[in-house]
Design a protein around this ligand. Structure first.
Ligand code: CAA
Length: 240
């Protein structure tokens, strides 16, 4: 039977590429989304991938979603925590709400969904968790204390949970994408983005598929000995 994969934020941007790549790799994919129902409907229609609306920052909603998937398809064996938002501002202009929203959605979601699916993976003695961090969690970024803290937190979370999962056959890894050509990155002011791209040795923004290929590798049965690692996919912008 196909392994069941849940991809959060899986209908747009990097997440959409991950969902499609996992489907091509033979997984039964469920792509979560938060608000953009129109985009999700188009995605479901064009790919045939089931979409599921819930708020990854809300623990009860995550628990209900994972239980629903388990009842209909079997336990989630592959979890890709990809959903993320930005609310950029320098510290002086950042509100407490901007901080909370980014921490809850980007980092709280990893706790919520790993907790909701961990026991099912333990029972199967198999699990693959990939958390999508960021170059900005490794290196920091002007105007992103919230995002950098959340993404940096993801990298620590990954290494801690990897130690808990190892004896159960559950691997937990992170990918740290650099600047990838998505709506999120296109929202960066053009003059700022130009300077950022000029510092990428590979000379271009990443493609969502560049990240998806890493997820396919880390979630394969064969990647059993890879855990607690962070795979940087950033065109050489930051060598960590
Ligand atoms: N380093 C040093 N100084 C900087 C700077 C930087 N990187 N960026 C801006 N500044 C300076 C400006 O030159 C300016 O200085 P002066 O007042 O002396 O002219 C000052 O900071 C204020 O800059 P802005 O006028 O741009 O201030 P703002 O409040 O309008 O906007 C900002 C600030 C929100 C941080 C804006 O510059 C911005 O959006 N920057 C991009 C942040 C970014 O890269 N976000 C990544 C999003 S993509 C993502 O997160 C995906 C991923 O994982 C990679």
């Amino acid at each position: 039977m196909a392994r069941v994969a849940l991809v959060t934020g899986g209908t747009r941007g990097i997440g959409a590429a991950i969902s499609v790549a996992l489907q091509k790799a033979g997984r039964l994919v469920i792509a979560n989304y938060a608000g953009n129902t129109e985009a999700a409907q188009v995605f479901q229609k064009t790919t045939g991938i089931e979409t599921m609306k819930f708020d990854v920052g809300n623990y009860q909603e995550c628990l209900a979603a994972v239980n629903d998937i388990a009842a209909r398809h079997g336990a989630v064996e592959i979890l890709v925590n990809n959903a993320g938002i930005t609310k950029d501002a320098v510290l002086g202009k950042m509100t407490r709400d901007m901080w909370d929203a980014v921490i809850d959605t980007n980092l709280g979601s990893c706790f919520n969904l790993c907790k909701a699916s961990f026991d099912g993976m333990k029972e199967k003695k198999f699990g693959r968790i990939v958390n999508i961090g960021s170059i900005n969690g490794q290196a920091g970024q002007y105007g992103q204390v919230n995002y950098a803290a959340a993404k940096s937190g993801i990298h620590g979370f990954t290494k801690a949970l990897a130690q808990e999962g190892a004896r159960h056959g559950i691997t937990v890894n992170a990918i740290a994408p650099g600047y990838v050509d998505t709506e999120m990155v296109r929202a960066v002011p053009p003059d700022v983005l130009e300077k950022i791209v000029a510092r990428i040795p590979r000379g271009r923004l990443g493609k969502a598929e560049d990240i998806a290929r890493g997820v396919v590798f880390l979630t394969s049965d064969e990647a059993d000995f890879v855990t607690g690692s962070t795979l940087s996919i950033n065109g050489g912008q930051h060598m960590y």
